[in-house]
Design a protein around this ligand. Structure first.
Ligand SMILES: [Ca+2]
Length: 599
């Protein structure tokens, strides 16, 4: 009996050992199966700017093929504009929780305490790379290579001025010169990255700045007629020039997407790589709109619905389409699930993993409601907002009503019967209208609670950025006359210096106390023969800066104003005219603070 029991004990032990070993090997197998993630996001490409949306003119064979090989989401929602979507994507949180509120003026900076998906994946053993547009902060500490990306080649801004030989691009914080067309360059860098790290799991975020304005392709002027050929093809199809350019830019992306997918295949990574294609906000092209209302920056469907296709051969079904309502904030927890890691503790996410929807190609939306709102200057629940569930959508779109509280606001649409938002049903369903408005307001109050929406204090004295440029668009302007003028995205000037009552102020976060040389660039042309003068002050410390006339207002001279001794901490730098009469004809272009020997 004892002998039999001993044998039985050994048999049980042996079986347990086998099971454990099997579990371990399964675990190791699962670990080795951590998939690569390639996220391709375009800029301002509408839901309707693809073949899969039924667009009869645009040619996107690669996106169409991805859809045939993967799952298409027809109700994938981004935000109305660029930076808010990127904030939601990086954090899994609605952008209004992250301190970001704008696409420029310093409001396009992701709060310093936010956790990005790149940080999470990097901690999970992924090699992380971003190629293209960041648009979540341009100063040291906010740059992508310090927010979880091992590699960054691209630009900080909402858009760049040159698409051929782009000049506003950096590699991990260092400005670089380039040759070629920007979409090709970002693709080359992404292909180089996945080739180099093919043995490791990687997260490759390829964020094209096309087809955002300016609508540029490479042209024969540079000996590269490919762009011309594409534009001519769409002109021949009868499109106006602007639309032909946008479609040509999208097709150029599609050609590059094909190159990328071919590389994944050649590297033998097809079965190990999840590839996503999407866009960051509503479209700007005006021809075919797939029956949707509104465009970029609108609260209507055309402003927030974007293309979304995901492909993972052998894991996700081919050729499936789902109309489950999902959002860009869902990608953070989905990527965590793909990588087999938990969402970091303490993070309050708005997104929910949609991995099962991807695996089934069908299923229910994890959201009861999705919410949208955006105002360039001050977040508010009145001018441009919407809330929708699977069926009803309440939307208020009145950007011109700034400063007025338009209540009761909103038109009610039945998205299932009327996806084009043509019949306002708010009178027919007053209770539904009231319920959705009330739900939207509670949500708005919750996400904005405790947030202060103003330009981020500019870090000064960071070891990696010893020379800091204070952008005019980050200044807060007060007093008579002063105003920004726009020429490009972030090449603004401050004009209208009529008197010493107007001030331009910048918030600084001085990381290291010490001496800083102050330089400024300006254009100045006046009737008077006297040089102009500006006063630059931080607390009690002041500099007077003489400004001899430049050729015209639009030719910027650079001059040294002097040296300021700055204390550590947050403080305000103020610029104002020295005389009551001001200095008409001045355009202040930029100010630089250069760390001197502060060791
Ligand atoms: Ca955009």
């Amino acid at each position: 009996m004892n002998a039999r029991r001993t044998i039985l004990t050994w048999v049980v032990f042996f079986i347990c050992t086998l099971i454990c070993a099997d579990r371990q090997s399964l675990h190791a197998k699962e670990k080795s199966r951590q998939p690569n993630i390639i996220l391709v996001m375009t800029d301002d490409q509408g839901y309707w700017d693809t073949g899969i949306s039924g667009n009869p003119l645009i040619e996107t064979p690669t996106i169409d093929r991805m859809a045939a090989e993967g799952v298409t989401f027809t109700r994938f929602y981004a935000n109305m504009v660029c930076a808010p979507t990127r904030a939601g994507l990086m954090t899994g949180r609605h952008y209004l929780r992250t301190g970001l509120y704008n696409t420029r003026f310093g409001g396009d900076t992701l709060g310093q305490h936010e956790t990005t998906i790149a940080q999470v994946l990097k901690s999970a053993g992924y090699q992380t790379g971003l190629f293209g547009k960041w648009h979540l902060g341009r100063y040291a500490q906010y740059q992508p290579h310090r927010r979880g990306f091992d590699h960054f080649f691209g630009h900080y801004y909402g858009h760049i001025e040159r698409y051929t030989n782009p000049d506003q691009v950096v590699v991990n914080g260092a400005p670089v010169e380039t040759r070629g067309y920007v979409t090709d360059l970002f693709t080359d860098a992404a292909i180089d990255f996945i080739t180099r790290y093919k043995e490791k799991p990687f997260f490759c975020y390829l964020a094209y700045n096309a087809p955002h304005s300016p609508f540029l392709l490479d042209t024969s002027h540079f000996g590269q007629p490919e762009g011309d050929k594409l534009i001519e093809k769409y002109l021949a199809k009868g499109l106006p020039l602007r639309e032909a350019r946008i479609y040509a830019m999208v097709e150029r992306i599609d050609l590059n997407l094909n190159r990328l997918l071919q590389s994944v295949k050649k590297l033998g990574l097809d079965q190990e790589t999840v590839v996503i294609f999407t866009s960051d906000n509503g479209g700007v092209s005006r021809g075919f709109k797939a029956g949707l209302k509104g465009s970029k920056a609108s609260a209507y469907e055309g402003g927030t619905r974007v293309p979304f296709v995901v492909r993972w051969p052998g894991h996700f079904p081919a050729g499936k389409t789902t109309d489950a309502m999902v959002a860009q904030t869902d990608l953070f927890p989905t990527f965590c699930a793909l990588a087999g890691v938990k969402v970091p503790e303490g993070l309050k996410l708005d997104g929910t993993s949609i991995l099962s929807l991807m695996e089934q190609g069908a299923g229910k939306s994890p959201h009861e409601y999705l919410y949208h709102t955006w105002d360039r200057y001050t977040p508010n629940p009145y001018h441009r907002w919407s809330i929708h569930g699977e069926r009803f959508k309440l939307v208020g779109h009145d950007p011109a009503g700034k400063g007025q509280r338009a209540e009761p606001a909103g038109q009610l649409y039945d998205l299932q019967a009327d996806p084009g938002e043509t019949k306002d049903l708010s009178r027919q369903y007053p209770e539904e209208t009231e319920k959705l408005r009330s739900e939207f307001l509670s949500w708005f109050n919750e996400v904005t609670a405790g947030q202060v929406y103003q330009p981020t204090a500019i870090p000064v004295g960071d070891a990696q950025e010893p020379e800091v440029e204070l952008q005019p668009s980050w200044a807060i302007l007060k007093g008579e006359g002063l105003e920004y003028s726009f020429d490009g995205y972030d090449w603004d000037t401050i004009d209208g210096w009529q008197s010493n009552k107007g001030t331009a102020t910048w918030q600084l976060n001085v990381l290291k106390a010490g001496r800083y040389a102050v330089e400024l660039s300006y254009g100045y042309r006046s009737e008077s023969s006297e040089p102009g003068q500006l006063q630059i002050s931080v607390g009690e410390k002041q500099l007077l800066c003489e400004l001899p006339m430049s050729t015209t207002q639009n030719v910027f001279f650079k001059t040294t104003a002097g040296i300021l001794e700055l204390n550590k901490g947050t403080q305000t730098l103020t610029v104002q005219a020295t005389h009551a009469a001001g200095i008409q004809g001045l355009r202040l272009n930029s100010i630089w603070l250069k760390a001197l020997n502060n060791d």
